[in-house]
Design a protein around this ligand. Structure first.
Ligand SMILES: NC(=O)c1ccc[n+]([C@@H]2O[C@H](COP(=O)([O-])OP(=O)(O)OC[C@H]3O[C@@H](n4cnc5c(N)ncnc54)[C@H](OP(=O)(O)O)[C@@H]3O)[C@@H](O)[C@H]2O)c1
Length: 288
C-alpha cells in the first residue's frame, strides 16, 4: 500500500479519502478549512497537514477534489502548492470537475518537475463516493495511469483512461451534456402529468420500465413530484460544469442549443434561491 495525500475533503473528497485509508493506504490530508481535516483524521486515522506542500511530502500519489479551475490552481501551484512538495516520479490525480485547459496547463507544470498528472473527474454523486462506486473518467499518459488505477479503484466501480491529458474532463462534459437536456425533459413530463391530473408516481412507475426510463427518473422522479430538492448535486456546481462545456463547445464548434438553454433555466433556479438545490429542481421553475 502506498503513501498518498488527499487535498479537499468536501462532500466527495472526504469519503473518497476514507476509502483509501480503509484499503490500508497511509493517507495525509489537507483541507482549506482545517477543522474538517482534523475531523477526518479522528474518523479515519492518518495525518493532516497545514498546506498542500506539507501534505504531499513522500507521497507517491496525490489526489485532489476541490471546486473549480481556480481552486485547483490554488492547491497545486505557488510556494505552498502540491507541486512544490512532490517528489520526482510522483503522480497528481485530479478528481475536480474542471476544464480540459486547466488539466493541460497543470500537466505541463507537473512534467517540468518530473511529475505525472491524470485528470480524473468522477460521476456518481455523494452516494457513489460514500459507497465507493464512482465512475472515473481519466486523461493522461498510459504509463502514468497504470501507476494510479489500483488506488482509484478503492472508490470506483469503473475507471477508464479515455485519451491524453484533458480527455477525462472532456468525457465528463459529455456526461453533463447528456444529463442537462434529460432533466429538463423529465421536469416537463412531471409538470405535464400534474396539470393533466394524473397520479404522477404511477405514471413514472409505468413509463420508467419503457423507453423513457433513465437514472434521473429512477432516482429523482419521486422527489421532483414531492418538490424536495435539499440534497444531491447542487445547481451552482451544474452551472459551473455547463459554463465549462459551453466554453469548450465555442472552441471545438459543437452545437449545444439545449445545454445553453438549460444553463439559463438553472440561472433562473439560482434567482429563486436554489443555489444548493439538487439539479432536479428545474421542475420548480415550471411550477412557480
Ligand atoms: N457533489 C457531487 O455530487 C459531485 C458529483 C460529481 C462531481 N463533483 C465535483 O467534485 C468537486 C467537489 O465537489 P464537492 O461536492 O465535494 O464540493 P464541496 O463539498 O463544496 O467541497 C469542496 C472542497 O474543495 C475545497 N476548496 C474549495 N475551494 C478551495 C480553494 N480555493 N482552496 C482550497 N480548497 C478549496 C473545500 O474546502 P473547504 O472545506 O475549506 O470549503 C472542500 O474541501 C467539484 O468540482 C464538483 O463539481 C461533485
Amino acid at each position: 500500500m502506498a503513501k498518498v495525500a488527499f487535498l479537499g475533503l468536501g462532500v466527495m473528497g472526504g469519503p473518497m479519502a476514507g476509502h483509501l485509508a480503509k484499503k490500508g493506504h497511509d493517507v495525509t490530508v489537507y483541507n482549506r478549512t482545517g477543522a474538517k481535516a482534523e475531523a477526518w483524521v479522528s474518523a479515519n486515522g492518518g495525518a493532516h497537514a497545514a498546506t498542500p506542500r506539507e501534505a504531499v511530502k513522500g507521497a507517491t500519489i496525490v489526489f485532489a477534489c476541490v471546486g473549480n479551475d481556480d481552486d485547483l490552481r490554488s492547491v497545486v501551484l505557488g510556494d505552498d502548492g502540491a507541486l512544490a512538495g512532490m517528489e520526482n516520479g510522483a503522480v497528481f490525480v485530479d478528481h475536480t470537475t474542471a476544464s480540459a485547459e486547466v488539466a493541460r496547463e497543470l500537466a505541463a507544470a507537473a512534467k517540468d518537475k518530473g511529475l505525472g498528472f491524470i485528470d480524473a473527474p468522477v460521476s456518481g454523486g455523494q452516494a457513489g463516493a460514500e459507497n465507493g462506486v464512482l465512475t472515473v473518467m481519466c486523461g493522461g499518459e498510459a504509463e502514468t495511469y497504470a501507476k494510479v488505477e489500483d488506488a482509484i479503484k478503492s472508490y470506483a466501480r469503473a475507471c477508464r483512461l479515455m485519451g491524453p491529458v484533458g480527455a477525462g474532463q472532456l468525457t465528463k462534459m459529455v456526461n453533463q451534456i447528456c444529463i442537462a437536456g434529460l432533466v429538463q425533459g423529465l421536469s416537463e413530463g412531471v409538470h405535464f402529468a400534474k396539470r393533466a391530473g394524473l397520479d404522477v408516481e404511477a405514471v413514472l412507475d409505468v413509463i420508467s420500465k419503457g423507453a423513457a426510463g433513465s437514472w434521473q427518473m429512477e432516482n429523482r422522479g419521486k422527489t421532483m413530484n414531492e418538490g424536495k430538492f435539499d440534497f444531491g448535486f447542487a445547481v451552482d456546481w451544474m452551472r459551473k460544469d455547463l459554463g465549462i462545456l459551453l466554453d469548450e463547445a465555442r472552441r471545438n464548434g459543437a452545437k449545444l442549443p439545449v445545454s445553453a438553454l438549460v444553463d439559463q433555466f438553472y440561472a433562473e433556479v439560482q434567482a429563486m434561491g436554489g443555489n444548493r438545490w439538487d439539479t432536479s429542481s428545474l421542475v420548480a421553475r415550471l411550477e412557480r
